[in-house]
Write a protein that binds this ligand. Sequence first.
Ligand code: GUN
Length: 284
Amino acid sequence: MIIDGKKIAQDLRERLKKEINQLSASSIKPGLAVILIGDDPASHIYVKNKEKYAKEIGINSKVLRFDTSIQEKNLIKEIHQLNNDKTFHGILVQLPLPSHINPKKIISEIIPAKDVDGFHPINVGNLSSGNESLVPCTPYGCYLLLKEIIPNFSGMHAVIIGRSNINGKPMAQLLLKEDCTVTITHSKTKNLKEICLTADILIAAAGKAKMVKADWVQKDCVVIDVGINRIEENGNKKIVGDVDFENIKEKVKAITPVPGGVGPMTISCLLNNTLTAYKKIVSN
Ligand code: GUN
């Protein structure tokens, strides 16, 4: 079975749109501010999509663009202004940042209540303690896709390839909360193939094109492919995941395609987080 991330993401946006439409006409609209620095083409595409879908469901979205030369202290000033701006309930700083700016410092300047990426140490700590928190969008999207296929995760073995703060680590926390047995693997892991063969759930986020082969997975496995790799094949440029999709899709219980799997979910989860942040802020 191929998991249709595009459709599931669209359904989520429809639900969010309905909820936003039902807010009283006199109340302030949910607002999302995105900070984009420099001219990385991939970042520009992501941000354009975030803006487009936010507007489509009734979120007031603003992109603040800065030149690569912006100083760290000026960027922090911009963040402090957004922290105090009542019209914005979500703040996102698009990564990667230029090398003279420390992303950890920048992320920690966003107030946790508006940290719709879920990267602030307070949100990271709350997620790992099982407290209410804003959850990073990519793993949250993976989690919602898994929920479509698996009604009860209890006792399942989830194997995660990749230990990043953006995906691997928060993914592990979400699955632990659901009583999975979780193994986080990474570039130094020995016997990776053998470990993957014991997975009921496999999350591939290594950043290596088609790394997971058909003989790495067992037939009941549900495979979530987080990879976005631009490659050239037979003279054609294309985007592929971290999983050898064509050779695995018939073998496993379910799998996400690339594109059209996790990618669309990430943006819908960002909009979901913006509405969650909004509701919490306006009710306080
Ligand atoms: N760049 C790539 N993925 C992400 C993400 O999830 N959030 C932000 N802020 N930047 C990114």
